[in-house]
Design a protein around this ligand. Structure first.
Ligand code: TMP
Ligand code: ASP
Length: 250
């Protein structure tokens, strides 16, 4: 089912954003498109959009219950959600609990090393530049955020990590790392936006010892391990088992 919506405002690699009759709300359609390595690798994975939408809805509601403000309003259909319109801060905020991925390619840190306290990395969100790692000085030079706003963004990212890490552990999933995006709502509040899904989190099955078999996130696609949609389905099954059904709105 496709909910009624206004014109297309923005199309990204995994989602489309549409206007609604209310200028403070937009409708987000989760696509089945999968991309990796700045879209050098592409595929269509039937069912991925719906899985990510359903997982994100429950995780946004979980964050909301824990006092973390998000853009989420409610589901509209299996792969559609209604969200508050925000001005996205073009910064990808990554929090890492275990060293993996790009960190281990750029630093002499063994994959699998626990990071305590968790490591926070900021990247400039711009595909044309390949989403480069930001320094504090470069972030200041870009003037995307005031010092106070950067502190708030980092505080929210660590709060999201605390909530998600605890929640995922309760369903036998290890939150290795994740990326979030944040945006300013009409009244200037910084909200967690975008999505929270196996596309944007590394999740390992704590019930499985094998280093490849335990991967339940987009690394299955990045590394050609197969079973991507099945892995996302397993994540949804566990999230569903521990969260109330998400609200419908719109
Ligand atoms: P990285 O190890 O490649 O830097 O990725 C860290 C986390 O961020 C991982 O959970 C995957 C997620 N991520 C995205 O959601 N989008 C991206 O474009 C990249 C590079 C990573
Ligand atoms: N999301 C990025 C891309 O589509 C990279 C990634 O997730 O690996 O290229």
């Amino acid at each position: 089912m496709t909910p009624s919506h206004g014109p297309l405002l923005h199309e990204g690699k995994a989602k489309r954003v549409y206007a609604t009759q209310d200028s403070e709300r937009v409708a987000v359609e989760f696509k089945d498109d999968a991309t990796a390595f700045n879209a050098l690798k592409k595929a269509q994975l039937a069912g991925k959009g719906e899985l990510n939408c359903q997982i994100s809805a429950r995780l946004f509601e979980l964050l909301e219950r824990e006092g973390i403000p998000t853009h989420y309003i409610g589901l509209q259909a299996n792969n559609w959600m209604l969200v508050k319109s925000v001005r996205i801060v073009p910064v990808e905020v990554v929090v890492r609990n275990i060293a993996f991925g790009s960190l281990c390619k750029q630093m002499p840190i063994e994959p699998g090393t626990p990071l305590d306290p968790p490591l926070l990395d900021l990247y400039y969100k711009d595909d044309a530049f390949g989403d480069p790692l930001l320094t504090e000085a470069r972030l200041a030079r870009l003037a995307l955020l005031s010092e106070e706003q950067r502190k708030e963004l980092e505080r929210l990212a660590f709060a999201v990590n605390d909530s998600l890490r605890r929640f995922f552990a309760s369903v036998q999933l290890q939150l290795v790392d994740f990326k979030i995006e944040l945006g300013f709502s009409a009244d200037g509040t910084l909200l967690v936006a975008d999505e929270i899904s196996p596309d944007t989190c590394r999740l390992w099955d704590l019930q499985v010892a094998d280093a490849q078999a335990r991967i339940l996130d987009k690394d299955r696609f990045r590394q050609d391990l197969g079973g991507v949609v099945e892995a996302y389905g397993e994540v949804l099954k566990r999230v569903q088992g521990a969260c109330p059904s998400p609200r419908f709105d719109g």
